[in-house]
Ligand binder design. Structure first.
Ligand code: 13P
Length: 334
């Protein structure tokens, strides 16, 4: 029996009650989309300002246990020259790193993609560990299209990639977050979302177990289970909570260290309300919390508007958003 004590300690710290993870791991290209919202060009100094404001926001450590960064941001520093991972570590926030290199089309499987990034991953993990990273993320992408996608073939290949990444992460002393994102955009029903999410997670966990990944040192990052954003019947928070937890109980072994949610393009308040409904059901076998990107960053970006004079105000909004999501994770929002 393996005893990966350090991994368990890291996972426990990330999943501490009332805290969650900020996913600030946009690639440089996607960071440009965030900056476009505040009318700033996608230049390195604007990306640095964006991240510096997020990471130095006073008191966020009360609600944020970890921050996921991207390769260019984990190597970046504040204006005063303090490396971003050190800024976070000094606040008691665990630095994390996205290590996948994005998706490519899966040949002959229309509309399906495979995540890449396994090359040199052992060496990359060593570098990231030396920079302070103690957890990592790898995202695969699953789209729902009537009865066509996803295919088991694509789910299985992505599960193998996620599993290999998870093995290498654990070997490097880094807690893997495995993230099979079920894309929210589309006109699929709640039932389809539930079926696909369950199948995806079952294949993933079967593969992780087959290759002896230590589930007690691994975190699942999941989509909430809800109808596609263009389906005529949108899912209420109570329905999201029931469908999501039903899915987890059908597919996530109890040994798994915990589950965090992506927001997946839901409006920030909606993501928080859904999380609150899940929190309200309480008493699950795994700690469950947030690992939002857009649902946390959007209110902050709106307050900042790319203007230096709005920096402090935007940091207050960030704190407020993190606090709300922390309460929601506990089901204590209202
Ligand atoms: P969103 O919360 O914006 O979905 O992002 C989370 C994430 O990490 C996506 O990979």
């Amino acid at each position: 029996m393996k005893t990966n004590t350090k991994l368990y300690e890291t996972a426990a710290a990330l999943l501490a009650s009332g805290k969650g993870v900020l996913a600030a791991d946009e690639s440089d290209g996607t960071a440009g989309k965030r900056l476009a919202m505040v009318h700033l060009p996608n230049e390195p100094e604007n990306r640095q300002d964006f991240r510096e404001l997020l990471f130095t926001a006073p008191d966020i450590e009360k609600y944020v246990s970890g921050v996921i960064m991207y390769d260019s941001s984990i190597r970046n520093s504040t204006d005063e020259g303090i490396p971003f991972p050190d800024v976070l570590t000094a606040k008691g926030i665990m630095p994390g790193i996205k290590v996948d290199l994005g998706v490519r089309d899966l040949q002959d499987y229309k509309g399906e993609v495979i995540t890449q990034g396994l090359d040199n991953l052992t060496e990359r993990f060593k570098d990231y560990y030396d920079m302070g990273a103690r957890f990592a993320k790898w995202r695969s992408v699953v789209s729902i299209d009537e009865n066509e996608t996803p295919t088991d073939a694509a789910l299985k290949m992505n599960a193998i990639m996620l599993t290999r990444y998870a093995q290498l992460a654990q070997e490097a002393g880094i807690v893997p977050i495995v993230e099979p994102e079920i894309i929210h955009a589309g006109d699929h029903s709640l039932q389809q979302a539930e079926m696909v999410t369950t199948r995806t997670l079952q294949i993933l966990f079967q593969t992780l177990i087959e290759y002896k990944v230590d589930l007690a040192g691994l975190i699942l990052k999941s989509s909430m289970v809800l109808a596609g954003d263009s389906h005529p019947q949108q899912t209420s928070p109570a329905e999201v909570a029931q469908a999501t937890l039903r899915t987890f109980h059908m597919s996530v072994p109890h040994e798994c260290a915990g589950i965090v949610f992506l927001s997946g393009g839901q409006a920030p308040d909606r993501a928080t309300e859904n999380l609150n409904a899940i929190g309200k059901l309480g008493g699950q076998p795994w700690p469950i919390t947030f690992s939002f990107s857009r649902a946390i960053e959007e209110p902050f970006l709106n307050a900042w508007d790319g203007k230096p004079e709005n920096g402090s105000k935007a940091q207050e909004v960030l704190l407020e958003t993190c606090k709300k999501n922390s309460m929601a994770a506990l089901g204590k929002l209202n």
